[in-house]
Ligand binder design. Structure first.
Ligand code: NI
Length: 184
């Protein structure tokens, strides 16, 4: 089932998510719906607050990168209750966008390498290291479950330049191809 994606300005995007337990109601159905919603919107990552749930759950599928980088394109994951353990001092800048902020793409500086603990879709605990684009997407989605958005991290000058675009999204003045929702 395709769910509406909550837009910039919605309060759920600014709340830190709660941890969930293995008996969370229909977790598998929820994960399936999140993937379906993300694919429908041509996204590569989606976090639960973006569908209005303030819980620590995110999904990622980098399949669109399959042709340019098969290893990257094979990366698909579900992370439940993730906890960032380490981030590298070394950083890099790259362009990001967000399904909750349609039409806005900006460079964001992030650590290039991370170590993260999470539970997979079977609730098995894993500790893994990621780098490069995988690490970037995981950090972007992880920020969502901390109530943060990538636009918080763009340079002050760029933030000033995109302010009216963000205000317009919050006011419902924008266009995109997928189902959205604004919450006050
Ligand atoms: Ni996002």
């Amino acid at each position: 089932m395709i769910l509406p994606i909550y837009l910039y300005g919605s309060s759920v995007l600014r709340k830190a998510g709660e941890e969930i337990s293995a008996d969370y109601p229909d977790l598998k159905g929820l994960v399936d719906n999140m993937f379906e919603t993300m694919y429908n919107a041509n996204g590569v990552g989606l976090a639960a607050p973006q569908i209005g749930l303030s819980i620590r759950l995110l999904v990622i599928d980098l399949a669109p990168f399959k042709e340019e980088d098969p290893e990257l394109g094979a990366f698909k994951t579900v992370m439940i209750n993730p906890e960032m353990l380490e981030t590298s001092e070394k950083t890099a800048s790259d362009e990001e966008g967000c399904l909750s902020i349609p039409g806005v793409h900006e460079n964001v500086i992030r650590p290039v390498k991370i170590k993260i603990r999470y539970r997979d879709e079977n609730f098995v605990e894993r500790i893994e290291e990621f780098e490069g684009y995988k690490a970037r997407v995981i950090q972007h989605e992880y920020d969502h479950i901390e109530g943060k958005l990538f636009t918080d991290k763009v340079s002050p000058i760029r933030r000033q330049l995109i302010k009216s675009k963000l205000d317009n999204i919050a006011r419902g003045k924008f266009s995109c191809s997928y189902k959205t929702k604004s919450q006050r």
